[in-house]
Design a protein around this ligand. Structure first.
Ligand code: NAD
Length: 481
């Protein structure tokens, strides 16, 4: 009997109303290993009824009590770190090592961060001497929907539900149908931690069915979504006319700008990580590398040499650096972009092909890390999000040109800048149109900072108080003195 991934509704693990299940693949073996609930609007409706019933008590609970419960959930994630890391790796294809140190570690941090933040959340007062006092209170917004993607499954799922729950909202969550396992294991931990029934409900299934039902449900007042830009547009088209509050974290095509005066070794080491970590399947990966012309040849030569040395293989092996791509369809899409790059005149300096493994992973979806040069900034390869282990490298001559290249796409999520010149670092940071700029680093995260993108990379910000504000509604009370 294959394991079934059930919905978590009203505190219980339940079968989908349809009685149907979708195949869930292990991408490193290329085979089905579990079944995930194929939910529809009936399951979403049950989840909303449970969440609405739980809302009055959860939102009125003293913050300290909510904090205690959420901290118990975080402690259980720590207890099950190894089990969850292995599960994430099997479900997504990423290495166990990465899942342990990034995904699952961060899932516990997300919950701890917001559980301990909410008692410090304060509102504002505006005093008009001798005339009036205004004070602003913030109330949890109600039943909210949190929809997350497959690339950092439990990490991004908890990044949304933690602030929602800490703020006093009740939640309908939907993880990606491609990577539902750790959210299922998480629902078991919530039950064990004593999270009251209905406070968090997890409905599994397809985006166009279960996800769409969440977006359309009239009693869900806010939607926090992370995923592709095309899906984000669809969600906005449905939710905006219903006046739902929306937070959209979408795709990226992030520039990595390297000036000749950089710390070469740091820039090189970190650029390898920002190009190929998690198989390049991180929205923040720097997929377009721009190198100042007098450093270009040296950078390309060394970068290609080190890319060739990267170890692609069994995600359960601790020395593996790149695991499997999430699905066969996604692998084909990424290989399609390599073919497009060739058509557009690009030269593949290394990689570009699917990789065949031996043994357990013989049918897995592996790909060589790929470096492409010889393209201009306007071609499709350099304009569209590929979301795989593929980077392009281009030379630039001036600071202005580098900024122009960086800003040439419809996206504006993140950027890295490498230079030892302090003035230039700030100058360029201020002109690159991205919501997140890293100077001489990458993926260096402080959970208090605003997180999100400009242009087609999204609307709104997560992180710190931004997320607590999103899940609460402001009310101003004016008192005439
Ligand atoms: P996706 O948009 O296909 O799916 C994301 C989620 O939305 C899934 O749970 C899916 O089932 C659901 N969904 C799909 N259609 C829906 C609909 N009509 N209504 C409601 N829900 C629907 O994205 P993906 O392929 O899972 O993830 C990859 C994308 O996510 C990339 O573009 C990546 O850049 C982006 N991403 C962005 C961030 C960020 O913070 N900005 C972080 C990670 C990933």
């Amino acid at each position: 009997m294959m394991q079934k991934i059930l919905n978590y509704i009203d505190g219980k693990l339940v079968e989908p109303k349809s009685g149907k299940y979708l195949d869930n693949y292990n991408p490193s073996e290329g085979k089905v290993y579990s079944l995930v609930a194929d939910s529809d609007e009936r399951d979403v409706s049950d989840a909303v009824i449970a969440a609405a019933k739980a809302f009055p008590a959860w939102s009125a609970m003293p913050t300290e009590e909510r904090t205690k419960i959420l901290l118990r959930v975080a402690d259980l994630i720590d207890r099950d770190l190894e089990k969850l890391a292995l599960a994430e790796s099997i479900d997504n294809g990423k290495t166990v090592k990465f899942a342990r140190s990034v995904d699952i570690y961060r899932a516990a941090s997300n919950i701890r961060f917001y559980a301990t933040a909410s008692p410090h959340f304060a509102s504002e007062a505006h005093v008009n001497e001798g005339d009036s006092v205004n004070y602003t209170t913030r109330f949890p917004i109600g039943v909210v929907g949190c929809i997350s993607p497959w690339n950092l499954p439990l990490y991004l799922f908890t990044w949304k539900i933690a602030p929602a729950l800490a703020a006093g909202c009740t939640v309908i969550g939907k993880p990606s149908e491609l990577t539902p396992m750790t959210a299922f294991l998480f629902s078991q931990l919530c039950i064990e931690a004593g999270l009251p029934a209905g406070v968090l409900n997890i409905v599994h299934g397809l985006g166009g069915k279960a996800g769409q039902a969440i977006i359309e449900h009239p009693e869900i007042t806010a939607i926090s979504f992370t995923g592709g830009t095309v899906t984000g547009k669809k969600i906005a088209a449905t939710a905006a006319p219903m006046f739902k509050k929306l937070s959209l974290e979408l795709g990226g095509k992030n520039p990595n700008i390297i000036f000749a005066d950089c710390d070469f070794e740091q820039a090189m080491k970190t650029s390898l990580l920002s190009s190929f970590s998690n198989q390049g399947e991180i929205c923040l990966c720097g997929s377009r590398i721009f190198v100042e012309r007098n450093l270009y040849n040296k950078f390309v030569e060394e970068f290609v040499k080190r890319t060739k040395e990267l170890n692609v293989g069994d995600p359960q092996n601790e020395t593996t650096q790149l695991g499997a791509m999430v699905s066969e369809a996604h692998l084909k899409k990424v290989l399609g972009y390599v073919a497009l790059a060739k058509e557009e005149g690009g030269k593949i300096l290394t990689g570009g092909n699917q990789l065949k493994m031996e043994g357990r992973c013989a049918n897995g979806y592996f790909m060589e890390p790929t470096v492409i040069v010889g393209l201009n900034e306007k071609c499709r390869t350099n304009q569209e999000e590929i979301f795989g282990p593929v980077v392009t490298i281009m030379p630039f001559d001036t600071e202005e040109q580098a900024i122009g290249f960086a800003n040439s796409t419809p996206y504006g999520l993140a950027a890295s800048i490498w230079t030892e010149n302090l003035k230039r670092a700030h100058r360029v940071a201020h002109q690159v149109k991205s919501g997140i700029i890293w100077i001489n680093c990458w993926l260096h995260r402080d959970l208090r900072t605003p997180f999100g993108g400009m242009k087609q990379s999204g609307a709104g910000r997560e992180g710190g108080w931004e997320a607590i504000r999103f899940f609460t509604e402001a009310k101003n009370v004016c008192v005439k003195l």
